[in-house]
Design a protein around this ligand. Structure first.
Ligand SMILES: [Zn+2]
Length: 339
């Protein structure tokens, strides 16, 4: 009998990756190319077809049951439409699932990339066996996904769990979304790096500037320096851990997961931050919410790929329910007013 596998696509703004993934979450073939993000959807869809051919050639003879695509939001997972990801030029309301179904001759499921990573960690990674999970990725920004009672939480238009833009303070740098106080603006790797840069200057002899070769200090440098017991880096990471603890407390109160899984570059310092994160949660969370494990993600950069594969390998019935694409998914209400 042929082995069943899914074709998984991770459509990133900088890298386009494809894999064939079996039911155990094992990657049987893998290929990646730089995304031609400025070239428009037709060129990128051509890249997806070419990558699909590459991985098929690498692992022939599999029974491919379908295609799971993780792509940047906003997107409509039910209709399979990329609504307008800011990292991909010219993608306005592209019916990506329909197009790929025609081109590849297989059923296609589309999911927000953070949700896909949440699914991957839930099926095959740090959240395996949990009924509910919150996945948080802390890197350039903060993103995440929620698995509630065994399925991904979508909300209206698939936009639920935009946790990077929870308001958790009323001060600090303005967020990319335009307002002050977002979780992402205060606790992302970018924010941590910004505080480290403000606390040091090039050629000041600090460990942070030595690690960055006197260039811009990043969040990763702070984690690295804290491992060397550098006092400043330890203090910066403690402040970071307090903010993460505040955000995580909100997530525990909102979603009551069995486990909170942390991924992204800054998760490499989770062991160092754990005592302060836990102390912050103890201080702020109501008693019933305090004993939830906060653990590091296990699948690294492959979480999104195996999660996308799981969309078709473990179909929950919504594939058949995918709605046909109409000409006006998001009607222009002004036209309605003008008759
Ligand atoms: Zn924001």
């Amino acid at each position: 009998m042929r082995i069943e596998a899914a074709l998984a696509i991770d459509l990133g703004g900088t890298e386009l990756r494809a894999a064939l993934v079996d039911r155990d979450g094992k990657i049987l073939a893998f290929a990646a190319v730089p995304t031609q993000a400025q070239a428009g959807p037709n060129v990128v869809i051509g890249q997806i077809e070419a990558l699909a051919a590459t991985v098929h050639a690498e692992a022939p003879g599999l029974a491919i049951v379908g295609v799971g695509v993780g792509a940047p939001g906003p997107l409509d997972p039910l209709a399979g439409i990329a609504v307008g990801p800011p990292t991909l030029a010219g993608w306005q309301d592209v019916p990506l699932a329909d197009i790929l179904e025609r081109r590849l001759g297989l059923p296609v499921r589309l999911e927000n990339d953070a949700n896909a990573a949440a699914l991957g960690e839930w099926r095959f990674g740090a959240g395996h066996g949990a009924r509910s999970l919150v996945f948080v990725t802390v890197s350039t920004g903060i993103g995440g996904g929620v698995v509630a009672d065994g399925r991904i939480l979508h909300g209206r238009r698939g936009l639920a769990a935009e946790i990077g833009h929870m308001t958790i303070t009323n001060e600090g740098e303005r967020c990319v979304c335009g307002v002050v106080g977002c979780f992402e603006a205060i606790a992302s790797g970018t924010a941590l790096g910004r505080r480290a840069n403000a606390a040091t200057s090039p050629l000041d002899g600090s460990t942070l500037r030595r690690l960055s070769a006197n260039a811009e200090v990043t969040g990763r440098h702070v984690v690295e320096a804290a491992r060397l017991q550098d006092d400043l880096a330890v203090a910066l990471l403690e402040e970071e851990a307090r903010w993460l603890g505040v955000g995580f407390t909100n997530l525990l109160h909102l979603y009551s997961p069995d486990v909170l899984v942390v991924g992204g570059g800054i998760a490499n310092g989770l062991d160092l931050m754990a005592p302060v994160i836990e102390a912050t949660i103890r201080l702020r969370a109501m008693r019933a919410y305090r004993d939830v494990p906060v653990v590091q993600a296990q699948l690294g950069r492959h979480a999104g790929l195996v999660g996308a594969a799981s969309l078709v390998l473990f179909d929950d019935g919504s594939l058949a329910a995918r709605m046909p694409v109409g000409p006006s998914t998001f009607p222009d209400t002004r036209r309605d007013f003008n008759g």
